[in-house]
Design a protein around this ligand. Structure first.
Ligand code: HEC
Ligand code: HEC
Length: 385
């Protein structure tokens, strides 16, 4: 029999109200570490969202003209089918170079207050510019890239619509790309752990539930991986081992030395080691050497390999690393200690970590990027500003 509202008896209503009250009480009970679904993305006042801006950002994200020799777009290193990051441990670089770090996923990047593994950028807008201009990513020159956009009639129209300027401006391109990235977030309805917290008891396997208990209990992961993002957004030195390419690939070594030079480390440090100093590049404090931003643990199923240098290929390897109390190195935090996990417990932790990813990866097909056209009158009457 179909039960419409009309068929519920008085006692039925009381039962429903009691059940609702009980589930409210359950919801009010704090979840350890403040885990829970992601809130709405915070939108900066100086870059409001609009559908047209996001669409423009999507085109630009795939546009190789936003790089030095028009070979490399954001999507070259942040492709949807590889978790919006790079599948190689150390990311590919601008042609002829190799990056020295792993390319992070840009999924949920909108939630970080500081971007990059060492926190070097503090907004998506600023980050997009440094990615397109940086010598080992886009290697593009701002004014040149701006001029390229101005010769694309469809961009001229779109930038005018979105930003109200006569001609595209490169700063607006970074704003549009940032707006696009703010739409690339996990959807709680598609994340098993979020559904489970919301009351769907079938959403997590028994193993993942045991893994959750370990995560917030014995294994102590939640001390650094708390909150909806599962990141304290702080910087810690775990002693992650060097990637072997740091000792075997000349291109990686060139980048490491160049980075150290760029970032002005002392000569003694520079000669003594080509280690990645992490947060210390910003703070100049030796106590920050080797510290990297705690990454979110969402969408890990799609974003291997792991750590700032991609040294671990699987979540099993990561859990093994934490079980041993982390690696060797300076500034290790007191939270890291051998955990004594059994083989089953390690599997359970991995099952829990996997439950923090959406059922399916977030995929988007590459858009058709609009073509450049010569200015009809050689540009004499079309004065770019
Ligand atoms: C040649 C490869 C490459 C290209 C091209 C590239 N990136 Fe990246 N991206 C990386 C790497 C590697 C990192 C990590 C760098 C670091 O932490 O120092 C990164 C980090 C990021 C982050 C930080 C995520 C976080 O969690 O902090 C964002 C956002 C991002 N890129 C967006 C972009 C955008 C937008 C573009 C295009 C304008 C772009 N990237 C172009 C390789 C690339
Ligand atoms: C002291 C703080 C701290 C604790 C405790 C901690 N983590 Fe982390 N975690 C980090 C930091 C920082 C990184 C990045 C380190 C790096 O790349 O050098 C990281 C990286 C990771 C990564 C890689 C994610 C990626 O995208 O590359 C996973 C997975 C992870 N942690 C899971 C765990 C688990 C499981 C536990 C508990 C057994 C745990 N963490 C305990 C701080 C911590």
């Amino acid at each position: 029999m179909r039960r419409g509202l009309g068929t519920i008896s008085a006692t039925g209503w009381v039962a429903l109200i009691l059940a609702a009250a009980a589930s409210l009480a359950a919801a009010a009970e704090p979840v350890p570490g403040g885990l829970g679904p992601l809130p709405a993305v915070r939108i900066p006042a100086d870059n409001p969202m609009s559908a047209a801006k996001v669409e423009l950002g999507r085109l630009l994200f795939w546009d190789t003209r936003l790089s030095g020799n028009a070979s490399t777009s954001c999507a070259s290193c942040h492709a949807p089918q590889t978790g919006w990051g790079e599948p190689e441990a150390l990311s590919r670089g601008y042609p002829g170079t190799r990056h020295w770090r792993n390319a992070q996923t840009i999924l949920n990047a909108a939630y970080y207050s500081r971007l990059f593994w060492d926190g070097a950028a503090d907004s998506l807008e600023q980050q997009a510019q440094s990615a397109a201009e940086g010598a080992i990513a886009g290697n593009g020159e701002g004014a040149m890239m701006e001029m390229r956009l101005r010769l694309v009639p469809e961009y001229v129209t779109r930038f005018r619509e979105v930003f109200g300027t006569e001609w595209p401006r490169i700063q607006h391109a970074w704003q549009a790309i940032a707006a696009f990235q703010r739409t690339l977030v996990s959807d709680a309805k598609k994340v098993p752990f979020d559904r489970w917290l919301a009351g769907d008891a079938t959403a997590l396997s028994a193993s993942a539930q045991r893994g959750y208990a370990l995560f917030v209990g014995k294994a102590g992961c939640v001390q650094c991986h708390g909150g909806p993002l599962l990141s304290d957004q702080a910087f810690h030195a775990l002693g992650v081992p060097r990637h072997r390419q740091s000792d075997s690939n000349p291109l990686v070594q060139i980048t490491a030395r160049w980075q150290n030079l760029q970032r002005g480390v002392s000569e003694a440090q520079y000669k003594g080691s080509d280690d990645d100093f992490g947060l210390a590049y910003l703070t100049r404090n030796p106590a920050d050497a080797g510290r990297f931003r705690t990454p979110s643990l969402r969408e890990l199923r799609y974003t291997a390999p792991y750590m700032h240098n991609g040294v671990f290929a699987t979540l099993g390897e990561v859990v093994e690393f934490f079980d041993q109390g982390g690696g060797e190195g300076p500034n290790k935090p007191p939270q890291l200690r051998p955990l004594g996990l059994s083989a089953t417990e390690k599997q359970d932790l991995v099952a829990f970590l996997e439950s923090l990813s959406m059922d399916q990866p977030l995929l988007l097909a590459p858009p058709r990027v609009p073509e450049a056209k010569p200015l009809a009158d050689g540009g004499m009457n079309a004065r770019p500003r």
